[in-house]
Write a protein that binds this ligand. Structure first.
Ligand code: G6P
Length: 751
């Protein structure tokens, strides 16, 4: 096909040149040469006439006109002069040589000689007819008719024509070759220019569009970007996100393509209890809380580590299980890890290295070479699983969190056309802090395999971009928040994560009922002010600082002793790690200390519930409480704060929130505190405990509006809409690429 097009591009201009030559150039050339020769012969005739004039005049004067005949006979010995005749003033023929045609009288000869090319066809060939007046008294009015042989003109014309044809053919070949080259160059230039534009490359980068495209390129790029920005701004204003809207976005903008989620933590664990009974457990994970409703809306496949003790008993031959149990809305693909893999990748590199590194929570990150090797190995294993689960070559893959920093680039290797959205659920530290990681470059390169890289806040995006700027040779466009590395562009954007806002009749027990149940269970007096904290038992959550604040509250405002109770739900987590075990022990002992210091018979100011609570139990606690305390030392978002707000449909209750949690940027009507400042947090607890109902309502109503609008479907919707936009751009670029590779067809070239 390609050769045929090349041949056509060569042959068409060649044939065109030859046709033009045949129809126009050759006849024109013939006419021209004939005229040139005719003019030549006229001059020659004049010369001959001049030469003979005197002799004829003399012969006439002497009355020896017979000499004229011999004069003529001598003259026609010239090989080109065929015949000659003398015409009198009245047009009568006085003398002629032997070869002069009898039919050609003087008048006819004069008429012919007046034509541009005076030509007469004889049996012997064509002759040129020239009539020249003679000068002299005795030949006044007489003229000479000279017939010149034209065969030499025909011969020369033929020679000229032959040369001309040769020249035209050469010219045709040259024109055809030039056409091929110019078409090639200009098409490639145009295409690379357009591709550059579509890739959003600036005009000052090394791959410049050809000069003639530059004004056009900048105009197109600017318009595209404006439209995209406008579109994204418009999408930000869209309200009322829900599962239906998300599903329709998937169908319209992502053409219903397959969605694959990858996370370390699975949404449902099958656990075998000591009595042999198997239960399905939902893990305590903000990630799972947020992504699960999205997956239910999108269907697709969720790939995760199968970590439940009975997980293997509930999968099919492909390690898949349909979940949620009972409704089977999407497929969970479990990946099995050996003890060594889990130790190096999960406990080691992810939780002893990256977790403290990103949280900057005063726990030193530990980086072991062996953990790093295992982290790489497990990322490869999940990349294989993604490739195996992908039904086509361009699925939408949602990579979740710090367990999979290398995965985006690994997926990109296996599925170059995949749209990879990576969401980093934890904070991203400043470049100096991240700089202590020995494999920082590899991690950044891995993450930049993503099409879109999401963080909870602009601040984390900014930290990430600055880190890349310090560590890699990448092109950063701050205006559009993109990073181009190895010709691949990644959009770095903030997408504040959220929860599935409970709409309609949830069937929840009333606030009074919840309070009654909780108070009964915990043995609290009816006038107790109940503050709650619900977290994983993690050192980043500020549980210790919270306890110090409670202790300070009781010390500073002794009236609260006996009346203020703080309940901390602490879900067991990562207890294989020494750092966690030590921290958990410390919390237990500080709790004991406070209870010993302020406890009374029937009253313990702090209740530490260090066990897993399911969603219903947590919701009941939130509805029973007067205050919710979130004092993370550093937190990507913190969904507990949003769940508390969602639980309070009575518009009562106060949220005390750390300014170091991403949620503080959205939930500004909470009482915002610096958890390291014990006094400030203690005062905030006092203020919360004494806040009038009207102020509580005003704050809570506003918080509820914020969380309701900015729900998790908006989080996913914004990300997927951006992905849809990128996929559209990629498709256009691929189409242009296809044209480049296969060469433009004639239609395109001539269009
Ligand atoms: C954080 C992380 C999640 C993780 C969760 C629970 O929210 O961002 O990725 O799932 O903690 O931690 P775990 O180690 O139990 O999965």
């Amino acid at each position: 096909m390609k050769t045929l097009r090349l041949q056509l591009r060569f042959l068409v201009p060649l044939l065109l040149t030859l046709t033009v030559a045949a129809l126009v150039a050759l006849p024109l050339m013939d006419r021209l040469t004939l005229r040139w020769f005719a003019r030549d012969l006229n001059t020659r005739d004049a010369l001959v006439a001049n030469t003979l004039s005197d002799a004829i005049n003399e012969a006439q004067a002497d009355g020896k006109s017979w000499r004229i005949q011999s004069l003529f006979d001598r003259a026609v010995q010239d090989e080109r002069l065929v015949a000659i005749a003398l015409c009198g003033p009245d047009g009568e023929m006085l003398r002629r040589t032997e070869g002069y045609p009898k039919t050609l009288g003087c008048t006819r000869a004069r008429e012919l000689s007046d034509q541009t090319v005076p030509r007469l066809l004889l049996e012997s060939g064509s002759v040129h007819v020239g009539v020249q007046p003679l000068k002299g008294d005795d030949v006044d009015g007489a003229s000479l008719v000279m017939l010149h042989d034209m065969s030499f003109i025909d011969k020369r014309s033929q020679d000229t024509r032959r040369y001309l044809v040769g020249f035209i053919v050469l010219l045709g070949v040259a024109v055809a070759l030039i056409t091929v080259v110019v078409a090639q160059i200009s098409w490639r230039g145009w295409v690379s220019g357009m591709r550059g534009i579509l890739r959003g490359e600036g005009l000052l980068v090394p791959l410049l569009p050809p000069p003639e495209l530059q004004p056009f390129a900048s105009e197109v790029r600017a318009r595209l970007r404006d439209l995209e920005d406008e579109y994204r701004r418009g999408l930000d204003l869209v309200t009322g996100w829900n599962p239906e809207r998300l599903r329709s976005l998937l169908l319209t903008q992502l053409r219903g393509d397959q969605v694959i989620v990858v996370s370390n933590r699975e949404p449902y664990l099958h656990e075998r209890l000591d009595d042999g009974q198997v239960i399905v457990r939902r893990p305590a994970s903000g990630l799972v809380t947020a992504v699960e409703p999205v997956m239910r809306a999108c269907s697709g496949t969720w790939i995760a580590h199968g970590s439940g003790s009975a997980d293997r008993d509930f999968v099919d031959a492909h390690d898949r299980i349909a979940v949620p149990p009972g409704t089977n809305e999407y497929s969970l693909r479990r990946v099995w890890l050996t003890k060594e893999e889990e130790e190096g990748y999960y406990n080691g590199f992810a939780n002893e290295g990256l977790w403290p590194l990103c949280h900057v929570a005063h726990v030193r990150p530990v980086f072991r070479e062996s953990d790093w090797e295992m982290y790489k190995h497990v990322n490869e294993r999940f990349a294989d699983a993604v490739a195996a689960e992908a039904r086509g070559d361009d699925p939408v893959v949602l990579v979740q969190d710090y367990h999979f920093a290398l995965l985006p680039a690994m997926i990109r290797e296996r599925l170059p056309r995949a749209t990879i959205l990576t969401f980093w659920h934890i904070p991203w530290p400043n470049p100096e802090s991240f700089g202590i990681c020995p494999w920082r470059r590899e991690i950044l390169q891995g993450m930049l395999g993503s099409t879109i890289l999401g963080f909870h806040t602009r601040f984390h995006c900014k930290n990430f971009i600055e880190t890349v700027d310090r560590s890699l040779e990448a092109r950063i466009e701050h205006e559009h928040s993109t990073i181009s590395f190895h010709d691949k562009e990644t959009l770095v954007e903030s997408y504040p994560i959220s929860i599935d806002w409970p709409e309609g009749d949830r069937g929840w027990p009333s606030i009074e009922e919840c309070r009654r149940r909780v108070f009964d269970r915990l043995g609290l007096g009816p006038f107790t002010i109940l503050a709650v904290g619900v977290d994983r038992f993690d050192y980043t959550k500020g549980i210790l600082e919270r306890l110090h604040a409670v202790e300070r509250l009781l010390e500073k405002y002794p009236d609260w002793v006996g009346k203020f109770v703080f309940v901390q739900v602490a879900a067991p987590t990562r207890s294989a790690l020494e750092e966690y075990r030590a921290f958990q022990q410390r919390i237990h002992s500080v709790t004991d200390r406070i209870n010993t210091r302020y406890g009374q018979p029937g009253y313990q100011p702090v209740r530490l519930l260090a066990e897993h609570h399911d969603h219903e139990a947590v919701n009941e606690l939130f509805r029973a409480a007067h205050i919710c305390v979130v004092t993370s030392l550093h937190d990507g978002m913190n969904l507990v704060s949003k769940e508390f707000v969602a639980a309070r449909d009575d518009e009562q209750g106060v949220l005390v929130l750390s300014r170091f949690a991403g949620a503080a940027r959205e939930l500004s009507e909470a009482l915002i505190v610096n958890p390291y400042h014990v006094e400030e947090t203690a005062d905030a607890l006092h203020r919360a405990a004494t806040m009038p109902a009207a102020e509580q309502r005003e704050r809570m109503a506003s918080l509820r509006m914020t969380v309701r609008e900015n729900n998790v479907f908006r989080w996913a919707g914004r990300m997927l809409a951006d992905a849809g936009r990128y996929r559209l751009r990629e498709r256009i670029a691929a189409r242009v690429q296809r044209h480049t590779n296969s060469e433009p067809d004639e239609k395109t070239l001539h269009a």
